[in-house]
Design a protein around this ligand. Structure first.
Ligand code: MOS
Length: 718
């Protein structure tokens, strides 16, 4: 049976009525033992008979054309098989989501580090060595590599009311400029692909976030039909946006494999990941706030300048959360895009909020200071009744509860700067917000006896999809979760949203829920009772004065497939996760070193499907918040744009030593009936949104030092 379901009204809360005690609990990941024992096969782990190894050759000029590739320069190296050049291979990785990035035709070089060829050899080492030795000549053109020198395109403002007038007449004004550096996802698993052809059909094993879309991209890239493509991506070691679109390693593996008539594996070494996986744009942000003396915001403006590659469609949506967090009489948000020759800009964990809220929530905090007002009170006072730009009602919003509940739990009212020897200790806080999405998704649930199988091409990028889809199905069908098998990451299965933008659990979870709901109807029919009278528990079905074991009732397989689509509610109501972050930091007054002592995130993000995986997501985001505030910075050489920070020794993500033991996350009970049939909201990215600002505001509280140029490294804090 198939069913397409479109959201257009508040939903019944079936998951609250099934009472299995499975949904929401911190169930261990079913895939956990495989992952911690190293037996979960990630892409590159799959042994492939007769596989050849490819290494991407990257351009060593900033812009121009490849004039010649001297194949003879590596021909005598042991193990070298071929040098593959093909315009389809250098397809821009940003194309996946944005759809408007330039195809990089033929021999054109758009940025330093762009893949231009693939060297294939018998071993990974030989391929990598030869790729580095290959002699390539270029003709070069001048190109801007810094946003200041790039061509600027100024967008139309998003606005409501008359910002300028409101700002000019405000009793208190704040006008600040901030900069944030480029960042990269730096996912644990480097990008990898293994391609193998059988006739005119290709199977690609690849680390991807959105298999349904990637299948279409691959078919389009290769110029073949989607039915000729199968993508397998059952385990993915983190993505954070970098695996949303099809990467050059995947296209290259397919093209080389077809040409050579044998399977080809392409694994990016870490340096290549930094060189040619899409980056988060650096930003320049101007925040202007106007307020009355008693702290009512009258004017809000958050203008930003970001960069991307010439012709690219994606631009970091920096002011995304600033547009709906607080209300004012006049609001205005304008984006300027600078075109530069650099790795394509793309989605990196909470695109927009992650860096936008660093600046915006720093400014709100500084305004509170100017007003002589508690920053918590300023935020509480300015929560708008409806969306400030378009007037839509919020679906559910517990921002105020997060702020006040967090303040109480964290001991906010007792905050005072403390001195401990050379260390100054202070507290800071910030609001958190990340808008919520639903993407069309399908899933199939098959039930035989008391065992169920969930099938969807949805991915688990470390987030816990295997766990939550098993929980939803178990809860709905009254089965122990161990009797539910979840199959993911195979493009032959029903197409789901994939993982990205924190929409995966909402979307694939809703499709799974609807398929299981359909099965409940089929079971009721078999039992001869109305579905409302059906109780499914412990592998037994009850209804119409009968009680039967599912193993007896369902001898032959029952199947249901369902599709969820975003409907009217997405237009009539504005749905977002909200929260509040609190941080306590110690700053060394001689060295400027910042130690985060403890952090608390209080979040309301709809129904929690799995308390443990949700918490891990939130903590992961907060850790990233620390990194964004204090350490993370991608450096490009200002002469040719090449990436200088090409490994995790130079690109500083927050490590264990940077993260306090005391990281607390509290979820407030919430059901978002307007979001989707399971009343969830996206979780992954809310943890990072605002977390860094709480750290920066704590530094300001402890030391009086405001940072405007991130990250807040010791030289800036001192
Ligand atoms: Mo999302 S930017 O895919 O973490």
């Amino acid at each position: 049976m198939k069913d397409t379901f479109t959201m257009d009204c508040p939903q019944p809360r079936l998951l609250d009525e099934t009472h299995q005690g499975v949904i929401g609990t911190g169930m261990d990941r079913p895939d956990g033992p495989q992952k911690v024992s190293g037996t979960a096969p990630y892409t590159a782990d799959n042994p492939t008979e007769g596989v050849a190894h490819g290494a991407l050759v990257r351009a060593t000029v900033t812009r121009g054309r490849v004039a010649g590739i001297d194949r003879a320069s590596i021909a005598n190296l042991p193990g070298v098989i071929d040098v593959i050049t093909d315009p389809r291979m250098t397809r821009n990785p940003a194309q996946g989501m944005a759809g408007e990035a330039p195809v990089q035709p033929g021999d054109a070089v758009h940025y330093h580090g762009q893949p231009i060829a693939l060297v294939v050899a018998e071993t990974f080492e030989a391929a990598r060595d030869a790729a580095q030795r290959l002699k390539v000549t270029y003709t070069t053109e001048n190109a801007a590599v810094t946003p200041e020198n790039g061509e600027h395109e100024v967008g139309e403002p998003d606005a409501a009311g008359d910002f300028q007038r409101a700002f000019d007449s405000a009793e208190v004004q704040l006008d600040r400029e901030y900069t944030t550096p480029s960042q990269v996802s730096a996912a644990m698993e480097p990008h990898a692909a293994i391609a193998e052809w059988k006739g005119n059909e290709v199977t690609l094993r690849a680390a991807q976030q959105m298999v349904r879309f990637n299948k279409a991209e691959l078919a389009d890239t290769l110029g073949i039909d989607e039915s000729q493509v199968r993508i397998l991506s059952p385990f993915v070691g983190g993505g954070f946006g970098s695996k949303l679109g099809l990467g050059p390693e995947a296209a290259a593996a397919c093209i080389a494999s077809q040409k050579l008539g044998r399977p080809v594996r392409v694994v990016m070494p870490r340096q290549t990941v930094f060189d040619c996986v899409l980056r988060r744009s650096e930003t320049k942000q101007r925040v202007r706030l106007g307020a009355t003396k008693d702290g009512r915001l009258t004017a809000i403006s958050h203008d930003d300048q970001v960069s991307n590659l010439d012709g690219e469609g994606f631009a970091e949506p920096t002011s995304q959360a600033s547009q709906f967090l607080y209300g004012a009489d006049g609001l205005s948000f304008t984006q300027t895009v600078a075109r530069i020759a650099a790795t394509p800009a793309g989605s990196v964990r909470a695109p927009g909020e992650a860096v936008g809220m660093l600046a915006f929530e720093s400014a709100v905090d500084e305004l509170a200071q100017e007003l002589g007002m508690d920053p918590l009170e300023l935020r509480l006072k300015n929560i708008p009744a409806t969306h400030p730009l378009d007037g839509r009602p919020y679906s559910v919003r517990r921002l105020a509860d997060c702020l006040t509940g967090g303040a109480e739990r964290f001991g906010w009212k007792d905050r005072a700067v403390k001195r401990e020897g050379d260390w100054l200790v202070g507290m800071g806080m910030a609001s958190a917000a990340r808008s919520n999405m639903l993407v069309k998704s399908a899933a199939r649930v098959r039930l035989t006896g008391d065992r169920a199988v969930v099938e969807t091409d949805m991915t688990d990028i470390g987030t816990g999809t295997y766990a939550i889809l098993a929980q939803i199905t178990a809860e709905m069908l009254g089965l122990p979760p161990a009797q539910v098998e979840v199959r993911l990451g195979d493009s032959d299965l029903p197409g789901a949203s994939g993982s990205g933008g924190s929409f995966g659990a909402n979307s694939a979870g809703s499709a799974t829920f609807l398929a299981a709901k359909d099965l409940r109807g089929q079971i009721a029919e078999r039992l001869g009772c109305a579905v409302d009278d059906l109780t499914l528990q412990d592998g037994r079905a009850r209804g119409a004065n009968r009680e039967v074991a599912l193993s007896e009732l369902v001898e032959a397989e029952l199947t249901a497939e369902a599709t969820i689509e975003a409907g009217e509610t997405a237009e009539t109501h504005f749905s977002s996760g909200f929260g509040a972050h609190f941080a306590e930091v110690a700053v060394n007054e001689w060295t400027g070193e910042v130690r985060v002592r403890r952090m608390l995130g209080v979040m309301a993000m709809g129904r929690i499907l799995n308390e443990k995986t949700a918490r891990s997501q939130a903590i992961g985001g907060m850790v990233w918040g620390i990194g964004g505030a204090l350490t993370e910075e991608m450096v490009n050489d200002s002469r040719d744009g090449h990436v200088v920070t090409r490994d995790l020794a130079n690109y500083h993500v927050a490590a264990h030593a940077d993260v306090p033991r005391d990281m607390q996350v509290v979820f407030l009970e919430e059901r978002d009936d307007w979001a989707n049939p399971i009343q969830t909201k996206g979780i992954g990215e809310l943890g990072i949104s605002g977390a860094g600002a709480a750290v920066l505001n704590a530094i300001a509280h402890a030391t009086g030092v405001r940072i405007y140029d991130f990250p807040a490294t010791p030289d800036k804090v001192i």
